[in-house]
Design a protein around this ligand. Structure first.
Ligand SMILES: [Zn+2]
Length: 450
C-alpha cells in the first residue's frame, strides 16, 4: 500500500498513481486483424509499458525471446484477441438513473458527476476501451481515468458542444422567453454570431476539448426547432473551424438532413454525427471530402422501443419516427458511396445500458468486418490515432479484448460480454476479467474473477 502523500526522489506522487504496467506474454491466441478480417493463429502477444511490443507466432518467440521471471505468461487456450472497441458518440454526462430524457438533461451537475464513474466502468466492461464524448464529459473525468482514479475507457472529449439560439442543444422550449446562454446544463453552450462562436470554440479548447462539436441541424431532443432546420451560418461555422484548425484539431457536426450535412462540410467540418437523412448525392460528397460519418442507430431504436415508451416528449416522438427508418437506409447509402463510417451509439440517460445493441442493428446492413472496422481502425483514423489505436500490432496501445468466440462469424458476440468477453486490457492493464486466468491489475478491483 502506497503511503500518502508520497514523496520520492521523483517528487510528489498522487496516492492513486498506478505502478508501472506488468509485462504480459499472451500465448496461443487467435489474433483478429480488423483491416481484412484475417486471423493469425497460435500467436504470442507481448505487452509491456502499456504498448504491444510484438505479435508473433509462438514458434518464433520461443526461439528468439527466452522468458524472464518478471513476465506474466498466460496461455489463452486458442481464444480470440481483438482490438479494444471504440464508441465514437457517447454522452457520459447524460447519466442513467432518471426515468426520462427531460429529467436526465435537467439533472444537477453534481449528481451527474457522482454517477459518471459507474457509466465509465460499465462501458469498459462491455469492451469499449476508448470512447469519444460528443458533449458533456469534462477534462477532470478524462484525467481521472488516465491517472487511474477510476476505471473507464480512454476519453476523447468535445467538452461543451456549441449550438445557436434555438438550436438543437438550446434547452429552452418555445414558451420560455428567458434570456439564456447556457445550453443543457452540462452538454452545451449557446453562441450566436462570429465573436461568440470564436469565444465558445476557444473556451472549449481552453478547457481541454480534443475536438469541437457543433449542431448544424435539427435534432430529436431540441424543443424549439424542426428536424429540417439548418443551424449556424456559414460564417459562424468557418470561424469555429478556424479555431479548431489553429489548435490542431477538427470540427464534427450534428446533422440529419442533406442541407445540414452540406452546411457543415461546405464550411470545413470533417465529421458528421447521425446523418440519418442523407441521400446518395450527399454521401458521395462526403466520400469526396474524406469526411467521417458516425451513425447512431441504437440511440433512436432504443428510444422507439416499448421499454422506453414515454421517455420522450410527444414533439420528440414525432421527430424520432421521421428519422428512425431513414437512419437504417443511410448506413447502406453511405457504405455504397465509400464514406468512412464510424461506430457510435448516442444513448442518453436510461438508455445507456443498450450500448452493445448497435452491433445487431448494423449487422442488417454491413458485414461483420465492416462493423468491426467502424469500431476500431476507422474510428482510430478519425480520432487522429492511426498507428496507435484500433489494431493488434507492434507499437500500438495495449488495448485488447479476449473473446471466446469469433466476432467476425457473429458480430453479436459483442452484445453478450458477460458470456463471450473474458477480459479487457487497456493501456497494458487488465481492467476487466471474467476468467480466472486473468487477474485485474488496476487500483480499483472489479472483483468479477470467477
Ligand atoms: Zn449526441
Amino acid at each position: 500500500m502506497r503511503k500518502e502523500p508520497n514523496m520520492t526522489s521523483l517528487g510528489w506522487i498522487p496516492p492513486w498513481k498506478l505502478s508501472p504496467q506488468n509485462t504480459y506474454i499472451l500465448r496461443n491466441a487467435k489474433v483478429i486483424n480488423p483491416n481484412d478480417g484475417s486471423i493469425m493463429e497460435s500467436a504470442t502477444i507481448r505487452l509491456s509499458s502499456g504498448i504491444i511490443q510484438s505479435v508473433t507466432t509462438t514458434r518464433i518467440i520461443e526461439q528468439e525471446e527466452p522468458l524472464h521471471s518478471y513476465e506474466i505468461t498466460i496461455d489463452l487456450e486458442g481464444n480470440y484477441v481483438c482490438p479494444g472497441l471504440i464508441d465514437c458518440h457517447v454522452h457520459i454526462a447524460a447519466v442513467p438513473g432518471e426515468k426520462d430524457l427531460r429529467d436526465t438533461l435537467e439533472l444537477a451537475e453534481h449528481i451527474s458527476y457522482m454517477r459518471q464513474p459507474y457509466v465509465c466502468l460499465q462501458m469498459i466492461r462491455r469492451g469499449f476501451t476508448t470512447v469519444r464524448d460528443c458533449g458533456g464529459a469534462t477534462l477532470a473525468l478524462k484525467e481521472a481515468i488516465a491517472e487511474g482514479v477510476i476505471v473507464g475507457p480512454r476519453l476523447f472529449i468535445a467538452g461543451r458542444l456549441l449550438t445557436q439560439t434555438g438550436g438543437s442543444a438550446d434547452p429552452r422550449g418555445p414558451h420560455d422567453d428567458s434570456e439564456c446562454c447556457g445550453g443543457p446544463k452540462f452538454l452545451g453552450r449557446v453562441c450566436d454570431g462570429v465573436p461568440e462562436c470564436v469565444k465558445g470554440a476557444r473556451e472549449a479548447i481552453r478547457t481541454g476539448s480534443d475536438f469541437i462539436k457543433i449542431m448544424t441541424g435539427g435534432s430529436i431532443t431540441g424543443l424549439s426547432e424542426k428536424i429540417t432546420s439548418v443551424q449556424f451560418s456559414a460564417e459562424e461555422i468557418r470561424a469555429i473551424v478556424t479555431v479548431a484548425k489553429n489548435s490542431g484539431t477538427y470540427v464534427t457536426a450534428h446533422a440529419y438532413t442533406p442541407a445540414a450535412i452540406r452546411q457543415a462540410l461546405d464550411n470545413g467540418a470533417m465529421g458528421i454525427e447521425h446523418g440519418n437523412l442523407l441521400n446518395a448525392e450527399v454521401a458521395e460528397y462526403m466520400a469526396e471530402k474524406g469526411a467521417f460519418l458516425t451513425p447512431t442507430l441504437s440511440g433512436l431504436a432504443i428510444a422507439a422501443s416499448p421499454d422506453f415508451a414515454g421517455a420522450l416528449d410527444p414533439s420528440q416522438e414525432i421527430k424520432l419516427q421521421e428519422v428512425l427508418e431513414a437512419g437504417k437506409r443511410s448506413i447502406e447509402i453511405a457504405s455504397d458511396a465509400g464514406v468512412n463510417i464510424c461506430f457510435g451509439t448516442d444513448l442518453l440517460g436510461p438508455m445507456v445500458a443498450a450500448q452493445t445493441k448497435e452491433f445487431a442493428l448494423r449487422a442488417k446492413f454491413l458485414s461483420p468486418v465492416a462493423i468491426l472496422q467502424s469500431a476500431t481502425v476507422t474510428a482510430a483514423n478519425m480520432l487522429g490515432q492511426t498507428g496507435f489505436l484500433g489494431q493488434i500490432k507492434s507499437g500500438f496501445a495495449a488495448d485488447l479484448l479476449i473473446l471466446n468466440k469469433n466476432p467476425l462469424e457473429d458480430i453479436e458476440v459483442f452484445d453478450k460480454p458477460e458470456k463471450h468477453l473474458l477480459g479487457v486490457f487497456k493501456d497494458g492493464r487488465v481492467q476487466v476479467s471474467r476468467w480466472s486466468k486473468l487477474r485485474e491489475d488496476v487500483v480499483v478491483p472489479i472483483s468479477d474473477i470467477q
